[in-house]
Design a protein around this ligand. Structure first.
Ligand code: 13P
Length: 251
């Protein structure tokens, strides 16, 4: 069975001081009242090391928001997967639509990053999703198929178990427009069927497929009530501790 994941993507928000303050508060609450979901925080690179110390043995896990596909070398301004695991990361978000759209990352590069992450023991949170224009023109399933198949090129059946797939329709990110649960259910079923074709039904059933796009305390209950939604990737509503706690304790 797929694990339930609640992940915070802080994007380019919070100084290290602000990140530590949040982390201490989160740790205190979770210590007193544990949750069954796996809680993951993806801070900016500058806070990873400090939160690695805060979260050690806390049951809260760290993710990076990006990495370079090479193990090391002359890549000014870049960070390798090995550096991230050494700093305490367990996961790395890859293929986020902001990386695809703003930084021009395509499926082949994302695939190289996924392979590099797996090689150094990082679990990819692999984001896919269609734009509004793609949905409206009927290209949504073709787009999702291309992102999945090309992004997972050469990923083995053993390694697919280490990947979380995040369905994030681009039109629902930061817009306040959550996708309807029926739309998410449809996309998640499509993704799981495709993963079944690629890796077999047993392997596909164990993969967590999570949803991202304007998740809030107000809609988390209805999202998590859907059988095919194995968790959420939260942007804006994860920045405030109170709001993130409401999402974690959705039941
Ligand atoms: P919002 O929750 O702000 O829509 O962002 C979603 C997202 O991009 C998570 O990766």
């Amino acid at each position: 069975m797929a694990d339930t994941i609640v992940a915070a993507n802080w994007k380019m928000h919070k100084t290290t001081g602000q990140a530590i303050e949040f982390a201490c508060g989160l740790k205190d609450v979770l210590f007193k009242k544990p949750v069954s979901a796996t809680v993951v925080i993806a801070p900016p690179f500058t806070s990873i090391e400090a939160l690695g110390v805060e979260f050690k043995d806390s049951g809260i896990f760290l993710a990076a928001q990006n990495m370079h596909e090479a193990s090391h070398g002359a890549y000014t301004g870049e960070i390798s997967g090995k550096m991230l695991t050494a700093a305490g990361c367990r996961y790395c978000i890859l293929g986020h639509s902001e990386r695809r759209r703003i930084f021009g990352e395509g499926n082949a590069l994302i695939n190289a990053k996924i392979i590099a992450a797996l090689t150094c023991g990082l679990m990819p949170i692999f984001c896919i999703g269609e734009t509004l224009a793609e949905r409206e023109s009927g290209a949504m399933f073709t787009v999702l198929t291309g992102q999945l198949k090309e992004g997972l090129n050469k990923v083995t059946v053993d390694d697919i178990q280490k990947i979380i797939v995040a369905y994030e329709p681009v039109w629902a990110i930061g817009t306040g427009k959550t996708a309807a649960t029926g739309q998410i259910q449809e996309a998640h079923l499509f993704i799981r069927n495709l993963l079944s074709e690629m890796y077999g039904t047993t392997a596909a059933a164990a993969i967590s497929i999570i949803y991202g796009g304007s998740v809030t305390p107000a809609n988390i209950g209805s999202l998590m009530a859907e059988k095919e939604i194995n968790g959420v990737l939260v942007g804006s509503a994860s920045l405030d501790l109170g709001s993130f706690l409401e999402i974690i304790y959705f039941q």
